[in-house]
Design a protein around this ligand. Structure first.
Ligand code: ZN
Length: 281
């Protein structure tokens, strides 16, 4: 007698429960995430892109290709490609594309102004993720490389390490379209007028509390300008050493001293070198 039969007749209650159980199991198996969407996917070496709408397919393909390009470029730029090859096979980063902003906000609980975010250990998606929705703005040239850079830097240095915000945001902006050119133009002007943020202030400030948008913009542009200067003037390999110093638990000043010994030995001397560099450009 089958286990679900009672006295030769199938118990309706047990049958219903069995169907419900199988239905829930199928839901879990078919869906990669706990959001209830019906996901399709494309995979490459380091990323998997998930999308729900068939009309998003070509956008998803472009996104995947760009993500792989950014990965290679950023890893090379910050000297990481020498040390490790991570994010492969099952360790790929998931890029989640919701159909529209409304669904994206509903499912992720992000603030209304949010257009996307990254998370190294997402509870919702059980993985490293970049989450967004299909949009026409500059996501692919802006937020995508920004979030990939944050993830790579954090994998390099360690998620629990304390690093100055300017360093984190400076690296994150390296591959945003036109950001370095914009920073270069503004910072040259501010250096000339002696109006830049002194590096001792830059290193201790948490700009996330800043309400004056002009000050926030200045902070971000100065951050990318300093990181760009270090890479252009002293190379990817020395920058990789700086990151490794931070990974080993050094504070930013010690890590700089270790990576640029003989050239830069403090935050103050970093500022002096950067100012000289900006003046001769
Ligand atoms: Zn950022």
């Amino acid at each position: 007698m089958p286990w679900f039969a009672k006295g030769g007749k199938i118990s309706k209650k047990i049958l219903m429960r069995s169907f419900l159980f199988i239905f829930l199991l199928l839901q879990i198996c078919l869906s990669n995430h706990s959001t209830g969407e019906d996901w399709s996917e494309f995979k490459d070496k380091h990323f998997v892109v998930y999308y729900t709408m068939s009309e998003d397919e070509s956008w998803a393909r472009v996104l995947l290709q760009k993500a792989e390009e950014y990965y290679d470029r950023i890893a090379l730029e910050i000297g990481y490609s020498r040390y490790s090859n991570f994010w492969t096979w099952e360790d790929r980063v998931k890029i989640i594309i919701f159909a529209d902003q409304k669904t994206y906000l509903q499912k992720t609980g992000q603030p209304k102004w949010s257009t996307g975010y990254s998370n190294r250990d997402s509870q919702l998606f059980k993985s490293r993720v970049i989450v967004t929705y299909h949009q026409e703005n500059d996501f692919i040239d802006g937020l995508l490389p920004h979030e990939i850079s944050h993830l790579i830097l954090r994998d390099f240095i360690g998620f629990d390490r304390q690093i100055p915000l300017w360093f984190d945001e400076g690296v994150a902006q390296l591959n945003e379209a036109n950001k370095k050119i914009l920073a270069d133009t503004l910072m040259k002007k501010l250096v000339k007028q002696n109006q830049f943020i002194p590096f001792e202030v830059l290193t201790t400030r948490d700009i996330r509390q800043e309400t004056d948008s002009k000050k926030a913009i200045r902070f971000y542009l100065e951050s990318v300008s300093v990181v760009d200067f270090l890479i252009k003037e002293y190379g990817h390999s020395a920058f990789g050493d700086l990151c490794r110093g931070l990974k080993d638990g050094k504070d930013i000043e010690d890590a700089i001293r270790g990576a640029y010994s003989g050239s830069i030995d403090s935050i103050v001397s970093l500022q002096e070198q950067w100012v000289k560099y900006m003046q001769k450009q």
